[in-house]
Unconditional design. Sequence first.
Length: 307
Amino acid sequence: MSSTGSSSIHRISDLHAARQAGDRPVISFEFFTPKTEAGDVKLMEVTMPALLELAPDYVSVTYGAGGTTRTKTLTLVDAIQKQFDLTTMAHLTCVGHTRDEIAAILDEAKALGIRNILALRGDPPAGESEFSKPEGGFEFSYQLVDFIRKHGGDFCIGTAGFPEGHLACADGKLADWGYLKQKVDAGADFVLTQLFFDNADFFAFRDHMVNELGVTVPICPGILPILSSKQITRFTQLCGARMPMALQTRLEDLADDDAGATAFGIEYATRQCEELIREGVPGLHLYSLNKAHSVSAILGNLGLDHR
């Protein structure tokens, strides 16, 4: 099955437009590129078929720290679209790329029938603590959004939002939210957020973007199901997400019980999503970590495991 000829490969903005009148938010899952051949096989032969039973609207594939999985990202997106006839978004970062290199990546993506790009500044390469602008490249993600929009290819462009403000933004979250408005003004069609564990942070962020800054594109919360106490501690240290005290205390109790932490993570994410849906979010973006169990359980609890 060719991705370029499939009527099932959509622009994500069109998926949101079609869903506005319905009662089911746009459902999406995120994958990372596996590091091993065995990981590739498990994702394509076990995880993907299990998650397809949940009828997601689209999935996305990350780019790797420092752009290390550039080729594999496009290859995996292409494989998912062809094998499963499912809209798939490729992440793209500024890290380590010149403008010409990014243009070549976009041309390759277009040739493969990839219609959706998540434009990110990206994390520093391994061994580096801070992002540095590549020679001949971009310093900020709004510049990447603008470049993609003007390059051609009619891509639908997503961008990242940070309900608690970006960890690297020394001027605070209001300044960071202003930078997000720049990305939308540059041509971003929708926003996916960084993970968060207190919905109040998301609502304050969304309300500011909509009511104070006039943003009208879909703003979709990103939800990470907790798998273990150790895992979530590492994740929050990397991204700066805050854990409410009650959550932190419970995870300390489950520090030596990964199965218990996973079950608790499913319960906690379900409660988060229930409130988010009641408050009218246009979509739910679930960070799957290339596993089907928690995501399947959450959508089952929500009654969203089918169309």
